[in-house]
Design a protein around this ligand. Structure first.
Ligand code: FES
Length: 177
């Protein structure tokens, strides 16, 4: 009788673990085939997940500039002296933005709709931060990161170029969706 069972089991020994798992009669084999099937599934799922997210990883690595680097004139540099700011729209008329000429002489630009509830963000000259007065949200002027209050996401960054005294927008980078 035992030989018969042994024989039947051997008959079902296959290279396919799922077939072996279904047809086996031994507790030991059951554990073995379950473990193999689980490992194969886990490895397969990991590889599939890695491959499916590859395009996003490459995009994040290369930077996330969404527009072509076509230059769009914003202002004449002498119209924005150090310690001042001006509003503009970029990349479309529906995207308000803020250009700041810092006291140290750097040009910074971000879309100015607060990432909390879209109120406009202003340049606060005294402390050199960006302030959203609606709920006292503060952003770092150097990188647009939220530093206080309700906002959790960075302001979209607008790349700036200056040529012959003209300030241009040269692309926009949206961080954290
Ligand atoms: S809308 Fe800016 S902090 Fe709430």
């Amino acid at each position: 009788m035992t030989d018969k069972i042994q024989c039947k089991r051997e008959k079902h020994q296959s290279k396919d673990d799922m077939i072996n798992l279904k047809d086996n009669v031994s507790r030991y084999d059951d554990l073995k085939f379950n473990r193999r099937a689980f490992l194969k599934t886990a490895v397969g799922a990991t590889v599939a997940l890695g491959l499916s997210t590859l395009p996003f990883s490459v995009k994040a690595f290369l930077g996330d500039f969404e527009e072509e680097r076509e230059l769009v004139e914003i202002a004449k540099l002498y119209d924005v002296p150090k310690g001042s700011s001006m509003t503009f729209h970029y990349p479309t008329e529906n995207d308000p933005a803020l250009l700041v000429h810092t006291k140290a002489g750097e040009l910074k630009a971000y879309n100015s709709a607060c990432t909390h509830l879209m109120c406009p963000v202003f340049y606060e000259k005294e402390s050199e931060v960006l302030l959203c007065p609606c709920h006292q949200g503060y952003f770092d002027l150097n990188n647009g990161h939220p530093i206080a209050g309700p906002p959790q996401r960075e302001l979209p960054l607008i790349e700036i170029e200056v040529q012959n005294g003209i300030v241009y927008a040269a692309g926009r980078k949206i961080r954290h969706g």
